[in-house]
Design a protein. Structure first.
Length: 98
């Protein structure tokens, strides 16, 4: 199965084995799979080892250390509180019905 985007329907759908019409080897490591979306429009998927899609432009890498230091301090404080006080998960007597 392949996830395909149909430009005419303006949505993504699954292209199953039954909907695949043609598989073509374009270059070594790049494969073109063509078929039809559920509404009958023609779609093409490029796949293979040589096909590398563009990186997501919204990803800027890991967070800077200046943002992670305060979070680590809060985690350390929470760990100290858990060690100091007992954590009980059972309900007190008045909450039981039977």
């Amino acid at each position: 199965m392949f996830v395909v985007y149909c430009a005419e329907c303006d949505r993504r759908t699954l292209l199953g084995v039954d909907e695949v019409d043609w598989v073509e080897n374009l270059t070594p490591g790049m494969i073109s799979v063509s078929g039809h979306c559920p509404r009958g429009h023609e779609v093409v998927v490029l796949t293979g080892d040589a096909f590398t899609p563009h990186e997501d432009p919204r990803y800027y890498g890991p967070a800077p250390r200046i943002w992670t230091k305060p979070l680590n301090r809060v985690r350390a404080l929470f760990g100290l509180l858990l060690a100091r006080f007992e954590v009980r998960r059972d309900l007190p007597g008045p909450f039981y019905r039977y």
